[in-house]
Design a protein around this ligand. Structure first.
Ligand code: CTP
Ligand code: CA
Length: 225
């Protein structure tokens, strides 16, 4: 999909995009985290700004500079991400959850650095579930007619798992990509299929994350109304 100067088809829309990956602290120096770079979320923010949208980007532990023209909120944990997304979603036309949210967090935060002791086995780390932000926002639709988009990375049975996840989350669109050893994480390119709740699949060939972002907006625009 070649675009010269983008058409302002998102003019007047407020879009909320989450990007990056949450980190769940164990103690002041350690965390549980994931390999998400945030590049896909930033590409979504840049392309949305280019198409005229007002963008709130909720960035979890990303290292890139803030995209021009977007309001950026930096967060660390899943609980902080949830708070920021819910706040921004109150008047959003669409919410895109591109962030990798940790499913679990340590049950307890140790306020001083955890120390090892000779002859003592390490304690197991107890975990608790984090809130499911995408499922929550899909069920509640803070604003009527809001379009909700999720992302899923799968290693096996990509389409079947994606369909099941789309139904379980209750979102309108789910962007599914296959991940493996050298696929997707931190790379500049992506290959995906966008599953829609109305049953239509849109395959997106291997290419820049901007191209996938534009396909997502192409599918979001007709769902406003
Ligand atoms: N997500 C979320 N809150 C969570 C976990 C995931 O909002 N606590 C969102 C992600 O931002 C993504 C989508 O849900 O848009 C799918 O994430 P994924 O990890 O694939 O889904 P899970 O339901 O956690 O399934 P799995 O057990 O396969 O990790
Ligand atoms: Ca997960």
């Amino acid at each position: 999909l070649a675009r010269g100067v983008a058409e302002p088809d998102l003019l007047g829309r407020h879009l909320v995009i989450s990007a990056g990956g949450t980190r769940e602290p164990l103690d002041p120096v350690r965390f549980l985290g994931n390999r998400s770079s945030g590049k896909q979320g930033y590409a979504l923010a840049r392309t949305a700004v280019a198409r005229g949208a007002r963008v709130t980007l909720i960035a979890a532990n990303t290292t890139m500079s803030d995209p021009a023209g977007a309001d950026v909120v930096h967060v660390g944990t899943a609980v902080q991400l949830r708070e920021a997304v819910l706040k921004a979603a109150a008047d959003a036309d669409a919410v895109v959850m591109a962030a990798a949210v940790a499913d679990f967090r340590p049950a307890e935060y140790v306020t001083g650095k955890i120390k090892k002791k000779d002859g003592v086995e390490p304690a197991a780390v107890a975990l608790v579930r984090n809130p499911d932000i995408l499922a929550e926002i899909s069920a509640e639709r803070p604003r009527a007619g809001q379009v909700i988009v999720g992302f899923a990375a799968e290693t096996d049975d990509v389409l079947a798992n994606g369909r099941e996840k789309l139904r379980r989350k209750g979102c309108d669109l789910l962007v599914v990509n296959e991940v493996g050893e050298r696929k997707t994480f931190g790379s500049e390119e992506n290959e995906a299929v966008v599953l829609a709740a109305d049953g239509v699949d849109t395959p997106v060939p291997y290419g820049p994350k901007e191209a996938l972002a534009d396909v997502v907006w192409d599918l979001v625009v007709p769902r406003f109304e």
